[in-house]
Design a protein around this ligand. Structure first.
Ligand SMILES: [Zn+2]
Length: 230
């Protein structure tokens, strides 16, 4: 089985799919509230192509989530999933699938903080506090209403992508500039930690990159924040 087939729901692997350019922080399209998708649109060739192109873009970027506005599409459609990566082999395996018009209908009171990355903000991580679990309602690609309860990493990816539909980015969650850090810096700290060398990154500090896997699960202690602040 190909890597794509393991990581993606087969309905996303549309024939002739191609990568689309990702918009970066600063592009006004990333700050707009995306429009609701009409269920009748889902059956059109154009929409199927869009889904295929989003899957190809995500595959090429090695990511686990992508929202329509990130490729300049003004529609409430996201792809989200989770799979183990080299840096985070313990991550759960949820093949990437499409969620149309996703709405968060319930949130856990338990929250966690983690550093997230974003394909639209290359090289940067920001500390984001989010509910540990959420329940969402959405349409699947057959326009069937669905409900999903997700927790941990997948819940974080879903919340990150749904934020994009409302023009919200990870940097908006940081409470200070100290909570926005360079990805290269974090990776250098992690290398220091794994080689047993001196590191300012405590062992309980872990990093999540919602869209392009950096490392493991969420950190909820304030020590993590302190350790990672420049
Ligand atoms: Zn993002």
């Amino acid at each position: 089985m190909s890597r794509e087939a393991m990581r993606f729901d087969p309905s996303l692997l549309v024939e002739g799919r191609r990568r689309r350019p990702i918009l970066w922080l600063g592009h006004p399209a990333l700050r707009q509230t995306a429009r609701v998708v009409e269920p009748s649109q889902l059956k059109t060739d154009a929409f199927r192509r869009l889904i295929g192109d989003m899957a190809q873009t995500l595959e090429d970027e090695g990511g686990v989530g992508l929202a329509g506005p990130q490729i300049g599409v003004d529609q409430r459609v996201i792809l989200a999933g989770a799979f183990p990566s080299e840096r985070d082999p313990s991550r759960p395996n949820h093949p990437v699938r499409a969620f149309i018009n996703p709405v968060i209908v319930a949130r856990s009171s338990q929250v966690g903080a983690a550093y997230e990355g974003c394909l639209s903000i290359p090289g940067i991580l920001a500390r984001v506090v989010r509910p540990h679990a959420v329940e969402i309602e959405y349409l699947d690609l057959n326009a069937m209403p669905r409900r999903l309860r997700a927790e941990g990493f997948l819940a974080r990816v879903l919340q990150h992508e749904i934020d994009h539909l409302d023009g919200v980015l990870i940097v908006d969650h940081a409470r200070s500039f100290g909570e926005i850090v360079s990805l290269d810096w974090v990776l250098s700290q992690m290398r220091g930690a794994t080689s047993g060398g001196e590191s300012s990154l405590s062992t309980e500090t872990t990093t999540v990159s919602s869209e392009h896997g950096v490392s493991s699960s969420s950190a909820s202690s304030s020590a993590a924040t302190r350790a990672m602040s420049p």
